[in-house]
Design a protein around this ligand. Structure first.
Ligand code: NAD
Length: 339
């Protein structure tokens, strides 16, 4: 099996590369990544010398490069993680989200059709379903929940999902789509809630929490997301959408307090900042189809996963310190002020 993993120098993609090389030692894994601000080649250092792994620097919207790669490699599976992924950035500048997330997906699917890929898997998000009210804890997103997006990010991911389904219906491209809840774990870029709070708390800096911190997210350890995608690739039915989530709902404030508690830092570090425009209130995934049809079960409880994640950030300080000292510093000041 020869697998293309796009966006493999990012958070979930890199964890997936590690997972596939470990769980399928006979598979070859090629990573295509443009190394945007969110991609980090040092993340892939542990596998750079692995004979079954190859890194290619390139943009998924570059049709010529993509076609050449597909022609040379004759991929069996394509797993598309490559995306602009940060909601706040999509509010600042939506254009690149449309280009990478929608047009990039089209370029990959055209090459997949042309070179007879056996499965094109699109990594999507629960954010395509919009949000749920806080006072209806009985409601969950199923695969039948209508698409109803809030941010330019979620609209670009939903657009790509629709295009992927259209390529299946119109051209018979063998596709699957997964829609996962919020992930956390090692190699998560420190602009996202959990690594942002860990890295700032470790430096005794203020922790910016949007609004009152009441927004609810459904957290899943990244390793559990990787096992689900692996199962979907091998056992999932062509043309189907699979929801992935671990029923781990927490308010943002609860998550921040759990991190402070684990690091033995004071809650006085919390600073409430102006809420994000269009901020979704609650995400909650119903993963029963994926569980029943594929036998998938998440294995990492939030309390254990957050401890492991904090330990990783403690043990790998140089990884995130390099990131937060660069261009990212200017971005942080722009978003939250110089606090
Ligand atoms: P990330 O931002 O950490 O990584 C994205 C990677 O894609 C980076 O390595 C970046 O360099 C690369 N990339 C960006 N534009 C590219 C382009 N034009 N060509 C090639 N490579 C490009 O993102 P992530 O959090 O790992 O998310 C990966 C995927 O999973 C995304 O599609 C996202 O929508 C989806 N997803 C994320 C979450 C989450 O909680 N993080 C949850 C559900 C779904």
């Amino acid at each position: 099996m020869n697998i293309l993993v796009t966006g493999g120098a990012g958070f979930i993609g890199s964890n997936f590369v590690f997972h596939m090389l470990k769980e399928h030692p006979t598979y070859r894994v090629v990573c295509l990544d443009a190394l945007t601000y969110a991609g980090n080649l040092s993340t892939l250092e542990p596998v750079m010398e692995n004979g079954n792994f190859k890194f290619v620097k390139g943009d998924i919207t570059d049709r010529e490069l993509v076609e050449k790669l597909f022609k040379e490699e004759k991929f069996d599976f394509v797993v598309n993680f490559a995306a602009e992924s940060h909601v706040d950035r999509s509010i600042e500048d939506p254009g690149i989200f449309l280009k990478t997330n929608i047009l990039g997906t089209q370029v990959l699917m055209d090459a997949s059709r042309k070179y007879g890929v056996k499965r094109f898997h699109q990594v999507s998000t629960d954010e395509v379903y919009g949000d749920l009210p806080l006072d209806r804890p009985d409601l969950f997103f199923t695969e039948e929940t209508p698409i109803h997006t809030s941010s330019p990010y979620s609209a670009s991911k939903a657009s790509a999902d629709l295009l992927v389904q259209a390529y299946h219906r119109t051209f018979g491209l063998p596709i699957t789509i997964s829609r996962c809840s919020n992930n956390y774990g090692p190699y998560h870029f420190p602009e996202k809630l959990i690594p942002l709070m860990i890295s700032r708390a470790l430096n005794d800096e203020n922790l910016p929490v949007y609004g009152k911190g009441e927004n609810v997210r459904d957290w899943l350890y990244v390793g559990d997301h990787c096992t689900a995608i692996d199962l979907i690739l091998h056992k999932g039915k062509e043309g189907e959408v699979y929801n992935i989530g671990g029923h781990n709902e927490k308010t943002n404030l609860d998550v921040v307090k759990a991190i402070l508690n684990e690091l033995e830092k004071p809650e006085s570090l919390i600073t409430y900042v102006k809420d994000r425009a269009g901020h979704d209130m609650r995400y909650a995934i119903d993963p029963s189809k994926t569980r029943k049809e594929l036998g998938w079960e998440p294995t990492t409880l939030f309390d254990e996963g957050i401890k492991e994640t904090i330990k990783w950030y403690l043990d790998n300080r140089s990884w995130w310190e390099n990131i937060i000292s660069g261009d990212y510093k200017d971005y942080y000041v722009k978003m939250y002020g110089d606090r």
